[in-house]
Design a protein around this ligand. Sequence first.
Ligand code: FAD
Length: 374
Amino acid sequence: MQKRIAIIGGGIVGATAAYYLSQLPGGQNVKVTLFDDGVGQATSAAAGIISPWLSKRRNQQWYRLAKAGADLYPELIHDAKLGTDVYQQTGTIVTRSDDSDLEALFALAQERRQDAATMGDVSALSATEVQAKVPLLTTSHPGVFISGGARVDGAALVAGLLKQATSQNLTIRRERVTLDNQGNVVTSVGLKQFDRVIVAAGAWVKELLAPLGVLADVRPQKGQLIELAVKDFESQERMPVVMPEGERDFIPFGHGKLLVGATHDDEGKFDLKATPEVTADLLGSAQRLMSGLTAESVTATRVGTRAYTRDFAPFFGPVPEHEAILVASGLGSSGLTTGVQIGRLLAGSALYGGTPDWSDYEKPLTTYLATSAE
Ligand SMILES: Cc1cc2nc3c(=O)[nH]c(=O)nc-3n(C[C@H](O)[C@H](O)[C@H](O)COP(=O)(O)OP(=O)(O)OC[C@H]3O[C@@H](n4cnc5c(N)ncnc54)[C@H](O)[C@@H]3O)c2cc1C
Protein backbone atom coordinates (compact mmCIF):
# COMPACT_ATOMS: atom_id res chain seq x y z
CA MET A 1 0.00 0.00 0.00
CA GLN A 2 1.15 3.54 -0.71
CA LYS A 3 2.56 5.40 2.27
CA ARG A 4 0.42 8.42 3.24
CA ILE A 5 2.05 11.58 4.55
CA ALA A 6 0.22 14.68 5.77
CA ILE A 7 1.75 18.13 6.06
CA ILE A 8 0.00 20.74 8.20
CA GLY A 9 1.14 24.21 7.16
CA GLY A 10 2.07 25.51 3.73
CA GLY A 11 4.70 28.11 4.58
CA ILE A 12 8.36 27.72 3.68
CA VAL A 13 8.85 24.56 5.76
CA GLY A 14 5.68 22.77 4.61
CA ALA A 15 6.09 23.77 0.96
CA THR A 16 9.77 22.77 0.82
CA ALA A 17 8.98 19.45 2.51
CA ALA A 18 6.18 18.86 -0.03
CA TYR A 19 8.53 19.69 -2.89
CA TYR A 20 11.25 17.27 -1.74
CA LEU A 21 8.68 14.56 -1.00
CA SER A 22 7.72 14.83 -4.67
CA GLN A 23 11.35 14.69 -5.89
CA LEU A 24 13.31 12.36 -3.62
CA PRO A 25 13.80 8.74 -4.69
CA GLY A 26 10.83 6.75 -3.39
CA GLY A 27 8.52 9.77 -3.56
CA GLN A 28 6.50 8.13 -6.32
CA ASN A 29 5.33 5.55 -3.76
CA VAL A 30 3.99 8.19 -1.40
CA LYS A 31 0.72 10.13 -1.34
CA VAL A 32 1.12 13.54 0.24
CA THR A 33 -1.71 15.78 1.49
CA LEU A 34 -0.96 19.33 2.60
CA PHE A 35 -3.46 21.18 4.81
CA ASP A 36 -3.06 24.95 5.01
CA ASP A 37 -5.38 27.87 5.63
CA GLY A 38 -2.69 30.50 5.04
CA VAL A 39 -3.95 32.82 7.80
CA GLY A 40 -1.10 34.86 9.28
CA GLN A 41 1.52 32.95 7.31
CA ALA A 42 4.96 34.44 8.00
CA THR A 43 6.42 33.18 4.73
CA SER A 44 4.16 35.23 2.45
CA ALA A 45 4.53 38.36 4.62
CA ALA A 46 8.31 38.17 4.88
CA ALA A 47 10.87 40.66 3.63
CA GLY A 48 12.90 37.92 1.96
CA ILE A 49 16.50 38.65 2.91
CA ILE A 50 18.84 35.66 2.61
CA SER A 51 22.13 36.80 4.12
CA PRO A 52 22.95 35.09 7.41
CA TRP A 53 26.74 35.38 7.31
CA LEU A 54 27.24 38.63 9.25
CA SER A 55 24.96 37.65 12.10
CA LYS A 56 26.55 38.14 15.52
CA ARG A 57 24.47 35.31 17.03
CA ARG A 58 26.73 33.03 19.04
CA ASN A 59 24.61 29.92 18.45
CA GLN A 60 26.82 27.88 16.11
CA GLN A 61 24.07 25.32 15.41
CA TRP A 62 21.82 28.11 14.15
CA TYR A 63 24.65 29.52 12.03
CA ARG A 64 25.38 26.15 10.40
CA LEU A 65 21.65 25.69 9.68
CA ALA A 66 21.24 29.19 8.23
CA LYS A 67 24.41 28.78 6.14
CA ALA A 68 23.13 25.44 4.83
CA GLY A 69 19.80 27.11 3.93
CA ALA A 70 21.55 29.93 2.06
CA ASP A 71 23.72 27.34 0.27
CA LEU A 72 20.69 25.27 -0.74
CA TYR A 73 18.76 28.12 -2.40
CA PRO A 74 20.55 28.33 -5.79
CA GLU A 75 20.20 24.56 -6.29
CA LEU A 76 16.55 24.49 -5.16
CA ILE A 77 15.58 27.40 -7.42
CA HIS A 78 17.38 25.81 -10.37
CA ASP A 79 15.88 22.35 -9.81
CA ALA A 80 12.37 23.69 -9.25
CA LYS A 81 12.76 25.78 -12.45
CA LEU A 82 11.95 29.05 -10.70
CA GLY A 83 13.13 32.43 -11.98
CA THR A 84 14.85 35.58 -10.78
CA ASP A 85 11.47 37.10 -9.95
CA VAL A 86 11.30 34.50 -7.13
CA TYR A 87 14.94 34.47 -5.98
CA GLN A 88 17.98 36.42 -6.99
CA GLN A 89 21.49 36.87 -5.61
CA THR A 90 21.42 40.65 -5.93
CA GLY A 91 23.94 41.05 -3.12
CA THR A 92 23.40 42.62 0.28
CA ILE A 93 24.91 45.74 1.83
CA VAL A 94 25.21 46.37 5.56
CA THR A 95 26.10 49.99 6.41
CA ARG A 96 27.84 51.45 9.48
CA SER A 97 28.44 55.09 10.50
CA ASP A 98 31.46 54.31 12.66
CA ASP A 99 34.76 53.45 10.92
CA SER A 100 35.87 50.89 13.50
CA ASP A 101 32.45 49.17 13.41
CA LEU A 102 32.75 48.98 9.65
CA GLU A 103 36.26 47.53 9.87
CA ALA A 104 35.09 44.90 12.38
CA LEU A 105 32.18 43.97 10.11
CA PHE A 106 34.46 43.70 7.10
CA ALA A 107 36.88 41.51 9.07
CA LEU A 108 33.98 39.26 10.16
CA ALA A 109 32.79 39.00 6.55
CA GLN A 110 36.26 38.01 5.35
CA GLU A 111 36.55 35.40 8.10
CA ARG A 112 33.11 33.91 7.39
CA ARG A 113 33.87 33.92 3.66
CA GLN A 114 36.59 31.29 4.24
CA ASP A 115 34.03 28.50 4.55
CA ALA A 116 30.98 30.04 2.89
CA ALA A 117 31.40 29.97 -0.90
CA THR A 118 27.77 31.12 -1.42
CA MET A 119 28.73 34.49 0.11
CA GLY A 120 30.56 35.29 -3.13
CA ASP A 121 32.79 38.37 -3.02
CA VAL A 122 33.12 40.63 -0.03
CA SER A 123 34.05 44.29 -0.43
CA ALA A 124 34.10 47.49 1.60
CA LEU A 125 32.16 50.33 -0.07
CA SER A 126 32.34 54.07 0.53
CA ALA A 127 29.03 55.92 0.96
CA THR A 128 29.25 57.03 -2.67
CA GLU A 129 29.85 53.47 -3.82
CA VAL A 130 26.82 52.27 -1.83
CA GLN A 131 24.67 54.90 -3.57
CA ALA A 132 26.09 53.93 -6.95
CA LYS A 133 24.93 50.34 -6.37
CA VAL A 134 21.57 51.48 -4.95
CA PRO A 135 20.63 54.69 -6.78
CA LEU A 136 17.36 54.79 -4.84
CA LEU A 137 19.34 56.07 -1.84
CA THR A 138 19.86 59.84 -1.63
CA THR A 139 22.12 59.45 1.39
CA SER A 140 24.08 56.58 2.90
CA HIS A 141 26.85 55.52 5.24
CA PRO A 142 29.70 53.32 3.99
CA GLY A 143 29.05 49.58 4.02
CA VAL A 144 30.13 46.01 3.45
CA PHE A 145 28.89 44.37 0.24
CA ILE A 146 28.34 40.62 -0.01
CA SER A 147 27.72 39.61 -3.60
CA GLY A 148 26.04 36.25 -2.76
CA GLY A 149 23.36 37.78 -0.54
CA ALA A 150 19.89 37.34 -1.98
CA ARG A 151 16.27 38.31 -1.83
CA VAL A 152 13.40 35.87 -2.18
CA ASP A 153 9.68 36.39 -2.70
CA GLY A 154 8.30 33.97 -0.09
CA ALA A 155 4.76 33.79 -1.50
CA ALA A 156 6.01 33.15 -5.04
CA LEU A 157 8.52 30.55 -3.84
CA VAL A 158 5.88 28.60 -1.94
CA ALA A 159 3.48 28.79 -4.91
CA GLY A 160 6.20 27.54 -7.28
CA LEU A 161 7.26 24.64 -5.06
CA LEU A 162 3.68 23.52 -4.43
CA LYS A 163 2.90 23.70 -8.16
CA GLN A 164 5.79 21.33 -8.90
CA ALA A 165 4.73 18.95 -6.13
CA THR A 166 1.07 18.87 -7.20
CA SER A 167 2.18 17.69 -10.63
CA GLN A 168 3.65 14.63 -8.84
CA ASN A 169 2.19 13.28 -5.60
CA LEU A 170 0.71 16.23 -3.69
CA THR A 171 -2.92 17.18 -2.96
CA ILE A 172 -3.59 20.53 -1.29
CA ARG A 173 -6.51 21.14 1.07
CA ARG A 174 -7.07 24.78 1.94
CA GLU A 175 -8.51 24.31 5.41
CA ARG A 176 -7.64 24.56 9.07
CA VAL A 177 -7.24 21.17 10.74
CA THR A 178 -6.37 19.86 14.20
CA LEU A 179 -4.78 16.67 15.57
CA ASP A 180 -6.56 14.28 17.93
CA ASN A 181 -4.81 12.62 20.86
CA GLN A 182 -3.68 9.73 18.61
CA GLY A 183 -2.08 12.02 16.03
CA ASN A 184 -4.87 11.61 13.46
CA VAL A 185 -5.77 14.66 11.40
CA VAL A 186 -9.23 16.08 12.14
CA THR A 187 -10.53 17.63 8.90
CA SER A 188 -13.84 19.19 7.84
CA VAL A 189 -14.84 15.82 6.39
CA GLY A 190 -13.80 13.70 9.35
CA LEU A 191 -10.79 11.97 10.82
CA LYS A 192 -7.90 11.04 8.47
CA GLN A 193 -5.11 8.61 9.32
CA PHE A 194 -1.61 9.04 7.95
CA ASP A 195 1.63 7.08 8.31
CA ARG A 196 3.49 10.31 9.03
CA VAL A 197 2.34 13.84 9.83
CA ILE A 198 4.66 16.83 9.39
CA VAL A 199 3.46 19.70 11.58
CA ALA A 200 4.95 22.75 9.87
CA ALA A 201 2.46 25.21 11.29
CA GLY A 202 4.79 28.03 12.40
CA ALA A 203 3.44 29.95 15.38
CA TRP A 204 0.40 27.65 15.61
CA VAL A 205 2.36 24.51 16.49
CA LYS A 206 1.60 24.88 20.20
CA GLU A 207 -2.18 24.50 19.73
CA LEU A 208 -1.72 21.65 17.24
CA LEU A 209 0.46 19.54 19.54
CA ALA A 210 -1.62 20.19 22.70
CA PRO A 211 -4.09 17.27 22.14
CA LEU A 212 -1.07 14.89 22.16
CA GLY A 213 -0.18 16.14 25.63
CA VAL A 214 2.87 17.90 24.20
CA LEU A 215 3.68 21.41 25.33
CA ALA A 216 5.70 23.38 22.75
CA ASP A 217 7.84 26.32 23.76
CA VAL A 218 6.68 28.62 20.97
CA ARG A 219 5.39 32.18 21.17
CA PRO A 220 3.97 34.38 18.40
CA GLN A 221 5.34 37.75 17.31
CA LYS A 222 3.66 40.20 14.96
CA GLY A 223 5.73 41.52 12.05
CA GLN A 224 4.69 44.30 9.68
CA LEU A 225 6.28 45.74 6.56
CA ILE A 226 5.31 48.05 3.71
CA GLU A 227 5.59 47.93 -0.07
CA LEU A 228 6.53 51.19 -1.78
CA ALA A 229 6.24 52.28 -5.39
CA VAL A 230 9.61 53.87 -6.20
CA LYS A 231 11.40 55.10 -9.31
CA ASP A 232 11.87 52.18 -11.68
CA PHE A 233 15.60 52.20 -12.32
CA GLU A 234 16.60 49.87 -15.12
CA SER A 235 19.15 48.23 -12.82
CA GLN A 236 16.62 47.79 -10.03
CA GLU A 237 16.05 44.12 -10.60
CA ARG A 238 19.66 43.55 -9.58
CA MET A 239 19.84 46.24 -6.91
CA PRO A 240 21.25 44.87 -3.64
CA VAL A 241 19.28 44.62 -0.43
CA VAL A 242 20.36 47.35 2.01
CA MET A 243 20.49 46.88 5.76
CA PRO A 244 21.23 50.40 6.99
CA GLU A 245 22.37 50.92 10.55
CA GLY A 246 19.56 52.01 12.86
CA GLU A 247 16.90 51.88 10.16
CA ARG A 248 14.64 49.26 8.63
CA ASP A 249 15.87 47.05 5.81
CA PHE A 250 15.26 47.94 2.16
CA ILE A 251 14.59 45.17 -0.32
CA PRO A 252 14.28 46.26 -3.99
CA PHE A 253 12.26 43.74 -5.99
CA GLY A 254 12.53 45.33 -9.41
CA HIS A 255 9.86 47.05 -11.53
CA GLY A 256 9.64 49.93 -9.03
CA LYS A 257 8.73 47.78 -6.02
CA LEU A 258 10.59 48.30 -2.76
CA LEU A 259 9.88 46.51 0.53
CA VAL A 260 10.70 48.26 3.79
CA GLY A 261 10.65 46.41 7.10
CA ALA A 262 10.08 44.73 9.24
CA THR A 263 8.82 45.35 12.79
CA HIS A 264 9.15 42.93 15.74
CA ASP A 265 6.08 43.39 17.95
CA ASP A 266 5.90 40.85 20.79
CA GLU A 267 2.77 42.44 22.24
CA GLY A 268 0.99 42.12 18.88
CA LYS A 269 1.18 38.29 19.04
CA PHE A 270 -1.35 36.86 16.52
CA ASP A 271 -2.83 40.28 15.59
CA LEU A 272 -2.99 40.57 11.78
CA LYS A 273 -4.16 44.18 11.46
CA ALA A 274 -1.72 46.61 9.86
CA THR A 275 -1.18 49.51 12.26
CA PRO A 276 -1.19 52.98 10.61
CA GLU A 277 1.42 54.32 13.11
CA VAL A 278 3.74 51.46 12.19
CA THR A 279 3.21 52.12 8.49
CA ALA A 280 4.12 55.78 9.09
CA ASP A 281 7.21 54.73 11.06
CA LEU A 282 8.38 52.38 8.29
CA LEU A 283 7.80 55.10 5.69
CA GLY A 284 9.76 57.54 7.88
CA SER A 285 12.69 55.13 7.85
CA ALA A 286 12.64 55.09 4.06
CA GLN A 287 12.19 58.87 3.83
CA ARG A 288 15.34 59.48 5.87
CA LEU A 289 17.41 57.76 3.17
CA MET A 290 15.37 58.41 0.02
CA SER A 291 13.88 61.67 -1.21
CA GLY A 292 10.51 62.05 -2.93
CA LEU A 293 8.58 59.45 -0.93
CA THR A 294 5.12 60.35 0.38
CA ALA A 295 2.24 58.46 2.03
CA GLU A 296 0.96 57.81 -1.51
CA SER A 297 4.14 55.82 -2.24
CA VAL A 298 2.87 53.06 0.09
CA THR A 299 1.09 50.55 -2.15
CA ALA A 300 0.53 47.74 0.38
CA THR A 301 1.15 46.65 3.95
CA ARG A 302 1.87 43.09 5.02
CA VAL A 303 1.48 41.48 8.44
CA GLY A 304 2.62 38.00 9.43
CA THR A 305 3.20 36.01 12.61
CA ARG A 306 6.72 34.80 13.45
CA ALA A 307 7.29 31.90 15.83
CA TYR A 308 9.96 32.16 18.54
CA THR A 309 11.34 29.77 21.12
CA ARG A 310 12.85 30.84 24.45
CA ASP A 311 16.39 30.74 23.06
CA PHE A 312 15.42 32.11 19.60
CA ALA A 313 16.52 28.88 17.89
CA PRO A 314 14.36 26.75 15.61
CA PHE A 315 13.60 23.09 16.33
CA PHE A 316 12.56 20.28 14.00
CA GLY A 317 12.31 16.51 13.95
CA PRO A 318 10.25 13.59 15.28
CA VAL A 319 8.21 14.46 18.39
CA PRO A 320 9.59 12.40 21.33
CA GLU A 321 7.23 9.48 22.10
CA HIS A 322 5.18 10.30 18.96
CA GLU A 323 7.68 9.27 16.29
CA ALA A 324 5.09 9.35 13.46
CA ILE A 325 4.69 13.09 14.03
CA LEU A 326 7.44 15.38 12.79
CA VAL A 327 7.42 19.01 13.80
CA ALA A 328 9.19 22.26 12.93
CA SER A 329 8.75 25.68 14.47
CA GLY A 330 10.53 28.61 16.09
CA LEU A 331 12.17 29.83 12.88
CA GLY A 332 11.93 33.44 14.13
CA SER A 333 13.20 36.26 11.96
CA SER A 334 15.41 34.14 9.70
CA GLY A 335 13.00 31.38 8.72
CA LEU A 336 13.10 32.01 4.99
CA THR A 337 16.83 31.28 5.27
CA THR A 338 16.70 28.19 7.51
CA GLY A 339 13.28 26.91 6.36
CA VAL A 340 14.37 25.34 3.07
CA GLN A 341 17.00 23.20 4.78
CA ILE A 342 14.54 22.23 7.53
CA GLY A 343 11.87 21.29 4.97
CA ARG A 344 14.34 19.17 3.03
CA LEU A 345 15.55 17.30 6.12
CA LEU A 346 11.99 16.66 7.30
CA ALA A 347 10.99 15.31 3.89
CA GLY A 348 13.87 12.80 3.97
CA SER A 349 13.04 11.73 7.49
CA ALA A 350 9.31 11.31 6.72
CA LEU A 351 10.15 9.26 3.65
CA TYR A 352 12.95 7.04 4.95
CA GLY A 353 12.30 6.97 8.72
CA GLY A 354 15.16 6.24 11.13
CA THR A 355 16.41 8.41 13.94
CA PRO A 356 18.04 11.47 12.46
CA ASP A 357 21.04 13.07 14.12
CA TRP A 358 20.68 16.78 13.49
CA SER A 359 22.81 17.86 16.43
CA ASP A 360 24.92 19.94 14.03
CA TYR A 361 21.89 22.17 13.56
CA GLU A 362 19.81 22.13 16.73
CA LYS A 363 19.53 21.23 20.41
CA PRO A 364 17.60 18.08 21.40
CA LEU A 365 13.87 18.50 20.82
CA THR A 366 13.19 17.97 24.52
CA THR A 367 14.61 21.49 24.96
CA TYR A 368 11.46 22.82 23.33
CA LEU A 369 8.86 20.07 23.77
CA ALA A 370 7.63 18.80 27.13
CA THR A 371 4.80 16.44 28.01
CA SER A 372 1.93 18.34 29.65
CA ALA A 373 2.40 16.33 32.86
CA GLU A 374 6.02 17.55 33.28
C1 FAD B 1 7.33 40.66 8.43
C2 FAD B 1 8.29 39.51 8.38
C3 FAD B 1 9.53 39.66 7.75
C4 FAD B 1 10.42 38.57 7.66
N1 FAD B 1 11.59 38.72 6.96
C5 FAD B 1 12.44 37.66 6.84
C6 FAD B 1 13.62 37.78 6.05
O1 FAD B 1 13.91 38.84 5.48
N2 FAD B 1 14.46 36.70 5.97
C7 FAD B 1 14.18 35.52 6.58
O2 FAD B 1 14.97 34.56 6.46
N3 FAD B 1 13.05 35.37 7.32
C8 FAD B 1 12.18 36.41 7.46
N4 FAD B 1 11.04 36.29 8.21
C9 FAD B 1 10.82 35.03 8.97
C10 FAD B 1 10.18 33.96 8.12
O3 FAD B 1 9.19 34.51 7.30
C11 FAD B 1 9.57 32.87 9.01
O4 FAD B 1 10.47 32.46 10.01
C12 FAD B 1 9.22 31.64 8.16
O5 FAD B 1 8.51 32.05 7.03
C13 FAD B 1 8.42 30.64 8.99
O6 FAD B 1 8.02 29.60 8.13
P1 FAD B 1 7.08 28.43 8.62
O7 FAD B 1 6.85 27.56 7.46
O8 FAD B 1 7.66 27.84 9.87
O9 FAD B 1 5.71 29.14 9.11
P2 FAD B 1 4.64 29.99 8.29
O10 FAD B 1 5.23 30.62 7.10
O11 FAD B 1 3.98 30.89 9.28
O12 FAD B 1 3.62 28.90 7.79
C14 FAD B 1 2.78 28.21 8.66
C15 FAD B 1 1.49 27.90 7.91
O13 FAD B 1 0.72 26.98 8.68
C16 FAD B 1 -0.65 27.33 8.55
N5 FAD B 1 -1.37 26.74 9.68
C17 FAD B 1 -1.18 26.95 10.99
N6 FAD B 1 -2.01 26.20 11.73
C18 FAD B 1 -2.76 25.48 10.85
C19 FAD B 1 -3.79 24.52 11.01
N7 FAD B 1 -4.21 24.16 12.22
N8 FAD B 1 -4.35 23.98 9.90
C20 FAD B 1 -3.92 24.34 8.65
N9 FAD B 1 -2.93 25.26 8.45
C21 FAD B 1 -2.35 25.82 9.54
C22 FAD B 1 -0.61 28.84 8.56
O14 FAD B 1 -1.82 29.36 8.03
C23 FAD B 1 0.60 29.11 7.67
O15 FAD B 1 0.21 29.16 6.32
C24 FAD B 1 10.10 37.35 8.29
C25 FAD B 1 8.86 37.20 8.93
C26 FAD B 1 7.96 38.25 8.97
C27 FAD B 1 6.63 38.06 9.64
